[in-house]
Design a protein around this ligand. Structure first.
Ligand code: DON
Length: 305
């Protein structure tokens, strides 16, 4: 049966489909190989019902959308106070891969830029690099409600070319923000970015956030409610990088984008939304992902801030 929500999703899909502006990320060679025209929208309610249109089963790498989830794991492993001593929660107004720390606090400004995200990865507990990555993969899988898998080709491509992130890792080590081997922290970050998801997976991950950290389908807890609140706050102010102000004004939901073409947005207590469309704007946010979220927010009156 076609519901009103299905009709709205189709309408938004049709309205945004023709926009072919932007370009796919190519600074990681393997990312340049995607089909640029892929486009899918998925919406999962906080009781687990999924609506979808377009390419919602196409796998793509999670990239920076991993950042809030690893930050959540670091908070659960180390506690809010210990994490706050390492990573601030202020918007940076800078590109995601800026090689900088706050000059006064000497900490990364927030966990959504690379400096903060590599620090979050360094704080994930586990007896070995393999165990730490497996804890990350399992955590993301709890949000998605299925076993997510690792994309070796994208990981190897980024590991070969990711010298800017290595520079950030060594900067963090020299300021004692990272207290262990910076290469290991950066490698873990590359691995978390290379987990494959679909738009439906991301919508379920967002719905789990919307449901206070409890996956509405599997009933498994992914994160404690107090930590969900913290993660969503940071997504609101920092999730769309230096496009965050415009996003909050026009969409008004906590969100996160990734250079794989995904965008995820959370309406607390109600739903999670995900869009897949690989062409990116100059901030590194999916062009049609941002446009579709704006349209959906307008049509479904989701702006809650
Ligand atoms: O740090 C990087 O370069 C990537 N692996 C992730 C960056 C990313 O997704 C930025 N988001 N829009």
């Amino acid at each position: 049966m076609t519901t009103v929500v299905d009709q709205i999703l189709q309408h938004v899909f049709d309205a945004c489909q023709g926009d072919k502006s932007g370009s796919v990320a190519d600074y990681i060679p393997e990312l340049a190989d995607v089909t640029p025209d892929g486009f899918g929208i998925a919406l999962a309610t906080s009781d687990g019902y999924v609506y979808q249109v377009g390419d919602t089963a196409v796998p793509f790498t999670i990239q920076s959308i991993s950042k809030p989830f690893t930050y959540g794991l670091a908070l659960a492993d180390r506690g809010e106070t210990a994490v706050a001593q390492k990573i601030d929660i202020e918007p940076s107004g800078e590109p995601f891969n800026e090689i900088s720390l706050d000059p006064i606090t000497e900490r990364p400004r927030n966990p959504m830029i690379n400096a903060g995200a590599i620090t979050s990865a360094s704080l994930v507990a586990g007896p070995s690099p393999e165990a730490r990555f497996e804890r990350i993969r399992r955590a993301y899988s709890r949000y998605a409600g299925r076993e997510l898998t690792f994309n070796t080709a994208v990981y190897e491509s980024e590991a070969r070319t990711g010298n800017r992130n290595r520079a950030i890792g060594y900067m963090l080590r020299s300021f004692d923000i990272i207290e262990s081997d910076p290469e290991a922290a950066v490698d873990l970050y590359f691995r978390q970015c290379s987990i494959d998801v679909t738009a439906v997976d991301l919508a379920m991950m967002a719905a789990t956030m919307a449901n206070n950290g409890l996956n509405p389908r599997t009933r498994e807890r992914a994160l404690a409610p107090a930590l969900v609140e913290r993660v969503l706050s940071v997504m609101t102010t920092c999730g769309m990088y230096d496009g965050a102000g415009d996003w909050v004004a026009r969409v008004g939901m906590p969100a996160k984008s990734g250079v794989g073409g995904g965008v995820l947005a959370v309406l607390p207590g109600q739903m999670g939304i995900a869009v897949y469309s690989p062409r990116l704007d100059h901030h590194g946010n999916s062009v049609r992902g941002v446009a579709a979220c704006r349209e959906l927010s307008k049509k479904l009156e989701l702006h809650f801030l």
